[in-house]
Design a protein around this ligand. Structure first.
Ligand SMILES: Nc1ncnc2c1ncn2[C@@H]1O[C@H](COP(=O)(O)OP(=O)(O)OP(=O)(O)O)[C@@H](O)[C@H]1O
Ligand SMILES: [Mg+2]
Length: 269
């Protein structure tokens, strides 16, 4: 029986795919905003030295005094690293390029794979009452991504609707299997979401068919369309839900949030 006086704690989802430019950051920001729009408290952890999630949500470089690097490697209070964004209920732990050295510094650390796991489970986290923590991973299967996979309950995989999209997936699945066998036996795959989907393009529909044939129910019904409003939003430091609430991109991310919440409810039942 869960203790009714203590919140169960946030659901932690790593958004990962070692292939670059497939829509990890876009999905982290906009799914985060869509979950927050339902009233849930959401934290984004920017775990990519590129810091694109931080930039896309308007966290200026000067405001990144404390970052995910400090969360992993320094004793730092959560109040110092967790920042509000322009979106209600959506907070972020930003990243800077410093994080690229963390990947190397971690190697000599005995707890190297568990640093994020432990940081996100510190008792001080409870006070924030986050329901979801989304981790934006770098395009690599390095120690930062391993930390995300060890910390997470599940992995959400954006799959760009392009040629070769499925090629990198077997490597990703292998890594997930290894993490399950060692550090995180309960790790699930939240789902694979098709991004930059163009229904008029035969290649998109072919990638979708292949993904559904190979991965079955793991593929979300919701597809994220290629939509110029989605790609414009970060340069205005906004999620697409704020930038153009009625756009197809905004609607798709709302649908994805609904589908994710329904899946979670089904698994809990
Ligand atoms: N649905 C979409 N419609 C149009 N453009 C999109 C869409 N999703 C992502 N993009 C664009 O594709 C590019 C790559 O997206 P994004 O940065 O989210 O990928 P990523 O996987 O995080 O990349 P990286 O591996 O470098 O971290 C960006 O320019 C983004 O604006
Ligand atoms: Mg990214």
């Amino acid at each position: 029986m869960p203790d009714p006086t203590r919140p169960e704690g946030p659901k932690i989802i790593a958004v990962a795919n070692q292939k670059g430019g497939v829509g990890k950051t876009t999905t982290t920001i906009n799914l985060g905003a869509a979950l927050a729009e339902t009233g849930a408290r959401v934290l984004i952890v920017d775990l990519d030295p590129q810091g694109n999630a931080s930039t896309g949500l308007g966290i200026e470089a000067e405001a990144r005094t404390f970052t995910a690097y400090d969360l992993l490697l320094d004793e730092i209070s959560l109040d110092d690293v967790i920042q509000p964004t322009g979106v209600d209920h959506l907070s972020i732990i930003p990243a800077t390029v410093d994080l690229s050295s963390a990947d190397i510094e971690l190697i000599s650390n005995e707890k190297r794979s568990f640093l994020l796991h432990d940081a996100l489970r510190q008792p001080a986290m409870d006070a924030y009452e986050f329901e979801y923590i989304l981790i934006d991973c770098p395009p690599s299967l390095n120690l930062l991504t391993i930390n995300a996979m060890v910390a997470a309950h599940s992995i959400l995989v954006p799959l760009q609707s392009e040629f070769f999209a499925l090629e990198g997936l077997s490597q990703l699945m292998l890594t997930i299997r290894e993490i399950r066998q060692t550090a995180n036996p309960a790790l699930r795959i939240e789902g694979v979401v098709l991004t930059m989907f163009d229904a008029r393009n035969n290649l998109s529909t072919q990638v979708e068919q292949d993904a559904r044939d190979n991965l079955g129910d793991l593929v979300f019904k919701t597809r994220i369309p290629r939509n110029v409003r989605v790609s414009e939003a970060p340069s205005y430091a906004m999620s697409v839900l704020s930038y153009d609430p009625q756009s197809k991109g905004a609607q798709a991310y709302r649908d994805l949030a609904q589908e994710l919440m329904q899946n979670s409810a089904r698994i809990a039942a």
